[in-house]
Write a protein that binds this ligand. Structure first.
Ligand code: CP
Length: 309
């Protein structure tokens, strides 16, 4: 059982293949609960989940909150922008305060890489990393893997292209860490100024030409151009980025006929992905969001439900 010997979920690099499979397998019956008229089971009655997001979020925070509610946990959100963090309270003191109120699991997003690791070392609560800086977004990696396996029937040996702003992407790093354990050929392509120098050491295959990267792809995971994290001068202009690296119909036709298009959201339509591609039959972008709830239900259940005892 994955979380018998692990207190926290901080990244996918530290999980082995069997552990990832166990989480994804547990998410399958969780997704069934989402299709019911009454989306509620008592698995986590009496447990407390607290989401603490120092960075904005729509999908991740809401889906963790719903995942907890569907499993009957009490869920609470610390609204950082209106909290005592604004009066200068330290991260350590904030975390201790949440812990001593009886929280079982804390779901945390922070702009600093390593912040959830620091918190995990300083609390008895279980900690889930909901995204730390450029470093990791393990639950996004898991929901992407779930979405691919659901459609393709397997992850083994697939050609998965990660397209765009790799440098600033914790989603890319978590996908590379997870997919490479399943023998996937993970291809990365994007502007050289948005490509980490050590990307091949992480297990990805770097391409310099977008058409070559897309040739025969089973999956294309398009990344958001993270304009808020960019220093000026990393690419000439947004229209030129779209021209050179945007996923459009012409480029999509280079991939396999049954290619899947993923995007973690939020999308810059017309920049990294053309609207007609995002809304096409190849796109699983909305299903990724639903699968995100199932994956987060699975994680909460495995970490603080009966299965963890
Ligand atoms: N994919 C993702 O992390 O989205 P949010 O920033 O909306 O949570």
């Amino acid at each position: 059982m994955v979380f018998k010997h692990r207190k926290d979920l901080l990244g996918l690099a530290e999980l082995n293949r069997a552990e990832i499979e166990s989480i994804i397998n547990t998410a399958v019956p969780m997704k069934d609960i989402l299709t019911r008229d009454i989306k509620k089971v008592p698995a986590l009655r009496g447990k407390v989940v607290c989401t603490v997001f120092y960075e904005n979020s729509t999908r991740t925070r809401t889906s963790f909150e719903l995942a907890g509610k569907y499993l009957s946990a009490d869920t609470v959100n610390l609204a950082v922008s209106t909290s005592s963090v604004q009066k200068g309270e330290s991260l350590k003191d904030t975390i201790k305060t949440i812990e001593v109120m009886g929280t079982d699991v804390m779901v945390m997003r922070h702009s600093m890489s390593g912040a959830p690791h620091y918190v995990a070392r300083n609390t008895k609560m279980r900690v889930i990393n909901a995204g730390d800086g450029f470093h990791a977004h393990p639950t996004q990696g898991l929901l992407d893997m779930y979405s691919i396996r659901e459609k393709k029937g397997t992850l083994d040996g697939l050609k998965v292209v990660i397209l765009g702003d790799i440098q600033h992407s914790r989603v890319a790093r978590s996908n590379i860490a997870g997919l490479s354990k399943f023998g996937c050929e993970v291809r990365v392509v994007g502007p050289s100024t948005l490509m980490p120098a050590d990307i091949e050491n992480m297990g990805a295959k770097r391409f310099y030409n977008i058409e070559e990267a897309l040739d025969g792809a089973d999956v294309i995971n398009v990344l958001r151009l993270q304009l808020e994290r960019q220093k000026k001068g990393l690419f000439p202009s947004v229209p030129e980025y779209a021209e050179n690296f945007g996923l459009n119909r012409k480029r999509l036709s280079l991939a396999k006929k049954d290619v899947l298009v993923l995007h973690p959201g939020p999308m810059n339509r017309g920049v990294e992905v053309a609207s007609d591609v995002a809304d096409s039959a190849f796109s699983v972008i909305n299903e990724q969001v639903t699968n995100g709830v199932a994956i987060r239900m699975a994680l909460l259940y495995l970490m603080i439900g009966g299965a963890s005892e």
